[in-house]
Design a protein around this ligand. Structure first.
Ligand code: PXP
Length: 237
């Protein structure tokens, strides 16, 4: 069975909307662990729009399961990763103006830079995964650079209309998954996975880890709202 990495960035997004101290992603990580999360994923972005340096430092001390740091190939962030030493780092492309990570990392076009970052992280004892589009050339380049794992970008699959288009995207993912495993790397997948579309990806042969954020946090808001209102009513009365 594939492991579940819960991405808690959106908890920090809500906190940052008010620049206050709640909801605390550290607390959310503990609750996710109680729910059975196999990993906690956070993205320390260059613009610090959600997760802050303090969050990463405290999570490193408190998370009992795998802590996976999503990060760009940026010198400042690589320095932080090597100092904090999460169990795993997932290298992603990052653009300031994007709403979320768009597209996979271009390893083919920047082999030297990505290779240097992989080397630094691995030397610090961190397992390195690369977030890639399901593209054979990118997967081959990841293997050449000694990446430990590849996280296949499931965004196109998630966006495709159910039916033929989604089936086509699923086939592309299945082929890419086989290539990742054949090259001796661990298979991960993520982005845009929801309660409706996760099954087909979770059952791809050899799937080791799924990283899911938006859908889980969105669901948590809905299933928690009734109780949250009840508690406030109790206090008011
Ligand atoms: N994997 C990677 C590499 C990501 O950048 C993200 C988004 O932060 C996710 C998984 C989770 O995507 P979603 O929030 O759509 O579940």
């Amino acid at each position: 069975m594939a492991e579940l990495g819960v991405n808690i960035d959106h908890v920090a997004t809500v906190r940052q909307a008010r620049r206050t101290d709640e909801p605390d992603p550290v607390w959310a990580a503990a609750l996710a662990e109680l729910g059975g999360a196999d990993g906690i994923t956070v993205h320390l972005r260059e613009d610090r729009r959600h997760i802050q340096d303090r969050d990463l430092a405290v999570l490193r001390e408190t998370v009992g399961v795998k802590l996976n740091l999503e990060m760009a190939c940026d010198d400042e962030i690589v320095d932080i990763a090597c100092r904090v030493k999460p169990r795993q780092a997932t290298l992603v492309p990052e653009r300031r103006e994007e709403v979320t990570t768009e597209g996979g990392l271009d390893v083919v076009g920047q082999k030297e830079r990505v290779g240097r970052v992989i080397g630094r992280l691995q030397k610090a004892g961190i397992v390195v995964s690369l977030f890639l589009d399901p593209c054979p050339e990118q997967i081959a380049a990841a293997a050449e650079l000694g990446a430990n794992a590849v996280e296949l970008h499931t965004g196109q699959y998630a966006l495709a209309a159910p039916g033929n288009a989604q089936e086509r995207e699923l086939k592309t993912l299945q082929k890419a998954a086989a290539a990742v495993l054949k090259q001796g790397m661990v298979l991960h997948a993520g982005h845009g996975l929801t309660y409706r579309n996760v099954r087909s990806v979770a059952t791809i042969d050899g799937m080791g880890e799924l990283n899911i954020g938006h859908s889980i946090i969105a669901r948590a808001v809905m299933v928690g709202l009734v109780e949250a209102v009840r508690e406030m009513k109790r206090l008011i009365s």
